[in-house]
Write a protein that binds this ligand. Structure first.
Ligand SMILES: NC(=O)c1ccc[n+]([C@@H]2O[C@H](COP(=O)([O-])OP(=O)(O)OC[C@H]3O[C@@H](n4cnc5c(N)ncnc54)[C@H](OP(=O)(O)O)[C@@H]3O)[C@@H](O)[C@H]2O)c1
Length: 265
């Protein structure tokens, strides 16, 4: 059998071009989701931003539009399946079929496991892990029908490593790694590529208590080979890669963007 010589590069375009692609980024009213969505929009995508807080969402969409980017907002809670379903339907009929889903919304509750409340455990697992399944479940039938699509799950350094007081979070992110592989097992055959990004430490609202803790920052700067916190926009390259034709034969991978923490003891 000979390999096809057909090029995946769109005519007049680049392998990384996102022009015309509708991309939903959950939890994108701030932090990493907002930076990723902005980078995708700057590379030509039509982005749909999401969060629970309408005012924050409207302000973020407005900021994107003022920068000349094609952005829309969809307010919903990623843990609420009925509202996810209704919103996905509205996005697809009003804006267009979702070609890329970025499962980014996430929270943490810091406490040692023996004192962590059951409700906090459930909230973290629901938001970080179950929601990635629920949103994908609402989006994927259309992708299967169109025979193309991409899903990017946001994992974490903690998909691999534990740390004191982050038990529920690490369990949820370890789950994201296996969910990425499980989705690949079910959906690769439909020409849907599912991959994950595993960020190291980035300064956002989520990590604010750590950023403000000088002892932690000193430890992190020593522990990270590049010697600093990550900048949210440093995730854009990986997000563009996983959203574009450049990753059409990349399936079930988790790419760590962590300044080398996992590579070095
Ligand atoms: N920052 C890091 O160092 C780091 C490292 C590794 C992985 N991550 C992961 O990256 C993702 C983003 O983290 P971040 O640091 O950017 O956090 P962040 O600054 O706290 O932002 C979280 C976003 O998620 C939204 N959100 C939270 N719960 C939601 C829900 N139930 N439904 C819909 N939206 C929800 C928030 O908006 P509303 O509150 O308005 O809903 C906000 O837009 C998370 O999955 C996190 O685990 C972060």
């Amino acid at each position: 059998m000979t390999a096809s010589k057909e090029s995946p590069v769109p005519r007049n375009g680049s392998l990384f071009d996102l022009a015309g692609k509708v991309i939903l980024v959950t939890g994108s009213t701030g932090g990493l989701g907002s930076a990723i969505a902005r980078g995708l929009a700057e590379n030509g995508a039509t982005v749909v931003l999401n969060g629970r807080n309408r005012e924050k969402l409207d302000a973020t969409v407005e900021g994107f539009r003022e920068a000349g980017l094609d952005a829309h907002g969809a307010v919903f809670d990623v843990t609420d399946f009925d509202s996810i379903h209704a919103r996905i339907k509205r996005i697809e009929s009003g804006i267009g079929p979702i070609e890329v889903l970025v499962n980014n919304a996430g929270i943490t509750r810091r406490a040692s496991l023996e004192v962590l409340e059951e409700s906090d455990w459930r909230e973290v697992i629901d938001t970080n892990l179950t929601a990635a399944f629920l949103v994908a479940k609402a989006v994927v039938p259309g992708m299967i029908e169109r025979r193309r699509g991409k899903i990017i799950n946001i994992g974490s350094l903690m998909s691999e490593l534990g740390r004191a007081t982050t038990g529920a979070y690490a369990a949820s992110k370890g789950g994201i790694k296996m969910l990425t592989r499980a989705m690949t097992a079910d959906w690769a055959v439909h020409n849907i590529q599912v991959n994950a990004i595993g960020p190291g430490y980035f300064a956002t609202q989520l990590t604010r208590p750590l950023v403000e803790n000088q002892e932690f920052t000193d430890w992190l700067n020593k522990r990270t080979p590049v010697g600093r916190w990550g900048r949210p926009e440093e995730l854009i390259g990986t997000a563009v890669f996983f959203s574009s034709a450049a990753s059409d034969f990349v399936n079930g991978q988790i790419l760590y963007v962590d300044g080398g923490i996992q590579a070095v003891l």
